[in-house]
Design a protein around this ligand. Structure first.
Ligand code: GLN
Length: 478
């Protein structure tokens, strides 16, 4: 059942949240040994559901009453182990809830469990997890994308209607595309990062997954809004996210030329054509636009993201959090903890970031990446003077086979070619399922100007209406 209907029935007293949570846990129990979306379920889920039931009985109407939500394991949950899929945080019990978790609980949601990810959210396939890979529910021999692959798979498999991920360079949108789910990343600063374990702070945003536009809007609306605990949190009024197909008519969409040339599979190009034709008959206009600096986006992203990561990850020293490897003096403790605690991809990122920031190379690498970032932001602004939204593929191809990109880090990084520019510019974007290729789902990415999230949901709602939800299906797992 979708989140909108679940919450309505719980609020109307027609459904007991304990039964909802029980059903969700039973499905996880039955099928997740094949998918491995979850690192752990929440042992308190049933008692939390009972509390929600009491709040409703006492007359409260809660926007997410009884809705089970899966949460990426880089969001801290009080008293519930949070590992970022890293050995270095094994056993870490956070003393507080992330702001997004508090907001979910206040809205009546039940945290059903913590989902798998690439270690510290660094990756595009959920294979760089210390606890093993997550599988794509559409084809268990393929990756679900990453780094929020566990959350995407949990929604695609019908374990939960909605889930939280984080998106630093595409980690919500790319797995959404690979799993046939909707994925949303808001304007930088819209959703609090307090309690999101930092990867690259100038790029990180919490994002959401769902199987319907209405559900995606419902959970995103609950999360958005100012938080004094996050210095980068925006003060601006939160949009309604009405997901109103009528408001979508008359909007003008720019097709980004640079993302439509080489490298895309036929299915992706067909999906773009179909999307355009279907929406043109509904009064949406399409033009072509160009963003020449897009070709620098991937390089700039992998410099900025690794530079920030090398600094953010300095805190894992064997003293403050999680695992400790004692070895003689303090230096030995630090070295051994980090040597044993971090996986190979995380080490590679720390090395690259440290290099990019080192004296003598700072201007040539980090400095130039910042200049490319500014130019990209400017080109986006120029494009948005002409159009209301931009459209690109979310990824050039559908989900790739497990292990197929592990040998070549560059090929793995190229999985993000269409998503990273959005984070560099701080813009909101949404990936929606828009086709199938050889039985695998495909996604398209809509990008809006800063603060204009409403438009993304209006277009997504219109597309869902004209296609009658044809691309919003549960993965064929049963
Ligand atoms: N795949 C990208 C990376 O590896 C993006 C990750 C993310 O958005 N968290 O950095």
């Amino acid at each position: 059942m979708d989140a909108v209907s679940l919450a309505r029935q719980v609020n109307d007293g027609k459904l007991d949240p304990r039964d909802v949570v029980h059903d969700s846990l039973a499905r996880i129990q039955r099928l997740d040994s094949r998918v491995r979306a979850f690192l752990r379920t929440n042992p308190q889920a049933e008692s939390e559901a009972e509390r929600v039931g009491r709040r409703v009985q006492e007359g409260g109407s809660l926007p997410l009453a009884g809705v089970p939500v899966a949460v990426k394991d880089n969001l801290v949950t009080r008293g519930l182990e949070t590992t970022c899929a890293s050995a270095i945080l094994e056993g870490f019990l956070p003393p507080y809830d992330a702001t997004v978790i508090s907001r979910l609980r206040a809205a009546g949601a039940v945290i059903i469990g913590k989902t798998n990810l690439d270690e510290f959210a660094m990756g595009s396939s959920t294979e760089y997890s210390h606890y093993g890979a997550t599988r794509n529910p559409w084809d268990l021999d393929r990756v679900p994308g990453g780094s929020s692959g566990g959350s995407a798979a949990a929604v695609a498999a019908g374990f939960v209607p909605v889930a939280l991920g984080s998106d630093t360079g595409g980690s919500v949108r790319q797995p959404a595309a690979f799993t046939g789910t909707l994925g949303f990343k808001p304007t930088y600063g819209r959703i609090s990062r307090y309690g999101l374990v930092a990867f690259a702070s100038s790029l990180d945003q919490v994002g959401t997954f769902a199987r319907s536009t209405a559900d995606l809007a419902l959970i995103s609306r609950v999360l958005m809004g100012h938080d004094p605990a996050d210095a980068t949190s925006l003060q601006e009024a939160v949009p309604e996210l009405a997901a109103d197909p009528v408001s979508a008519r008359g909007l003008k969409i720019g097709l980004v030329r640079e993302t439509l040339s080489e490298g895309n599979s036929d299915g992706v190009l067909d999906a773009i054509d179909r999307f355009r034709k279907l929406l043109e008959t509904e009064g949406v206009r399409f033009v072509e636009v160009s963003l020449p600096s897009l070709r620098y986006a991937l390089a700039a992203y992998y410099l900025v993201a690794t530079a920030e990561a090398s600094s953010n990850l300095a805190r894992y020293d064997g003293v403050h959090y999680g695992k400790r490897e004692a070895a003689g003096d303090v230096g030995g403790l630090l070295q051994q903890t980090r040597e044993k605690g971090f996986g190979p991809e995380v080490k590679r990122r720390i090395l690259m970031g440290t290099f990019a920031l080192s004296s003598g190379y700072y201007d040539a690498y980090y400095g130039r990446a910042l200049r490319a970032r500014r130019r990209l932001a400017l080109e986006f602004a120029q494009a948005f003077a002409e159009v209301d939204l931009l459209l690109t593929p979310t990824t050039p191809t559908p989900a790739f086979p497990l292990a197929s990109r592990l040998a070549d880090p560059m090929e793995m990084y190229l999985s993000d070619v269409d998503t990273v520019a959005v984070n560099l510019a701080g813009l909101p974007a949404l990936s929606l399922p828009a086709g199938f290729e050889a039985g695998l789902p495909l996604g398209l990415q809509l990008i809006a100007p800063a603060l204009m999230e409403d438009r993304l949901f209006d277009i997504a709602a219109l597309f869902e209406e004209v296609t009658e939800g044809a691309y919003l299906q549960l993965a064929p797992l049963d």
